[in-house]
Design a protein around this ligand. Structure first.
Ligand SMILES: C[S@@+](CC[C@H](N)C(=O)[O-])C[C@H]1O[C@@H](n2cnc3c(N)ncnc32)[C@H](O)[C@@H]1O
Length: 412
């Protein structure tokens, strides 16, 4: 007797036997890959566009899904274009340059919506705000790789999906003063033994780098946002989109319906960096506690507080996980802005126990945000959400969610 295979198993068995086939891209998923299906099995195709009919070659076979590379575009989807950057074909730095910016924004917002719904059971509220970002000349920071080519030292990015260096003399997403550095950088680096250099720009054409290399500008740079001045250097995190940083602050600090005077007037800025949110928080709240585990960033946060005369800001050099038991019950305001991995289970649990009146979650990863909101969900309600295109030409978006304690602020 032959064993009956489930249709998915049958499709999986067929997938194991073929290399090339035709697909139609249904949509973009979080991160920017296109999604197609082979007899129901999801196939992820980088650098594709919704509506594309493509001939693809499988590059990876997994039990429930596959990955494929484009061999030929048989019919382009709406919004497809020739990538403006000459390095796009090989360079792994961007993944959506083949789409018009309006299409990028629409598909990315849909991908966030879909991820939150599928992984977190969360419906994006109807009042969601989508903020486009200047598409070129925006990026304040970059990690460049250094290698040896036939003509000597080369600088660039890793190729897509590998550690092969793609030497670049242009990178139009960078702010102009950083892009201008690229041409002469290999000569300035000489025969350095460093394999990576981080570069960061400030105001007025200034830039700095890390690790120290003779002959290149070192030390800190400054950015003025509104009437606050932030100092930082290339070793620490600073938001990457020059023109959107002030808008991110505005949407993150949005007081919603809750005033800074409610509760005890204390605000906590967790994963605080150099104080992007801590400083403006200190302008409106009685007391602000910032928690950050990076020594360099915390030092800048302290100095930035002094420099901007904000004596009510305390900076704790500590991991959020080890600090979180100190969070008091019912704090007025908490902001969390974790790296892509999101919040640990412990941090989520303590947030639920201590019940901030107003919790703001700033996220650069919809999947971990969905997981975290699911756990926070029963005790908080989503008051508003903003999607900011902080990373044009890539598949990523910044998401700001304003959450209110359900008991104190029930639905209007
Ligand atoms: C996405 S950045 C946000 C920084 C800041 N809110 C901003 O917008 O500029 C995350 C920050 O969290 C810090 N960080 C990462 N893991 C941490 C942890 N476990 N505890 C405390 N800080 C952490 C990083 O050093 C980084 O500065």
């Amino acid at each position: 007797m032959t064993e009956e295979l489930h249709p998915k198993q049958r499709a999986g068995a067929r997938l194991a036997e073929i290399d090339e086939f035709e697909v139609r891209i249904e949509k973009l998923i979080e991160g920017g890959d296109g999604l197609a299906r082979f007899e129901g099995i999801p196939i992820f195709v980088p650098r594709s566009a919704p509506g594309d009919r493509l001939r693809v070659r499988l590059s990876e076979r997994r039990p429930g899904y596959g990955r494929a590379e484009i061999i030929e575009i048989l019919e382009p989807g709406p919004g497809r274009r020739d990538a403006p950057c000459p390095h796009y074909d090989r360079c792994g730095g961007c993944d959506l340059q083949h789409l018009e910016e309006t299409a990028q924004l629409r598909y990315k917002a849909e991908a966030v919506r879909e991820t939150l719904r599928r992984l977190g059971g969360i419906e994006i509220p109807s009042n969601v705000t989508v903020v486009p970002g200047r598409p070129w000349g925006y990026r304040l920071r970059s990690q460049l790789h250094i290698g040896e080519g036939i003509r000597g030292t080369e600088v660039g990015y890793f190729a897509r999906g590998s550690h092969d260096l793609v030497a670049v003399n242009r990178c139009p997403v960078l702010v102009p003063e950083l892009e201008a550095v690229l041409e002469g950088l290999p000569g300035q680096l000489g025969d350095t033994s460093h394999r990576r250099i981080d570069v960061t720009a400030g105001d007025g054409g200034s830039w700095t780098h890390s690790p120290p290399i003779d002959g290149l500008p070192q030390g800190e740079v400054e950015s003025r946002i509104g009437d606050l001045v932030y100092a930082y250097d290339a070793r620490c995190f600073f938001q990457g989109h020059r023109q959107l940083a002030p808008i991110l602050i505005e949407h993150t600090l949005a007081a919603s319906k809750i005033g800074a005077e409610e509760g005890d007037g204390t605000a906590f800025d967790l994963f605080a960096g150099v104080g992007l949110f801590s400083l403006p928080l200190a302008r409106s709240y009685r007391r602000v506690v910032a928690v950050e585990s990076d020594r360099v960033a915390s030092r800048f946060n302290r100095r930035n507080a002094q420099r901007n005369q904000l004596a009510n800001l305390e900076v704790k050099l500590q991991s959020v996980e080890s600090w979180i038991p100190k969070l008091p019950r019912r704090p007025t305001r908490v902001i969390v802005d974790p790296p892509r991995l999101g919040l640990s289970h412990k941090v989520r649990r303590v947030l639920v126990e201590r019940r901030p009146r107003h919790l703001t979650y700033v996220s650069c990863n919809a999947a971990t945000l969905a997981r975290d909101l699911k756990q926070l969900g029963p005790d908080f309600r989503i008051d508003s959400m903003t999607l900011l295109d902080m990373f044009p030409q890539t598949g990523h978006m910044e998401i700001v969610v304003q959450l209110l304690d359900r008991e104190i602020y029930p639905e209007a």
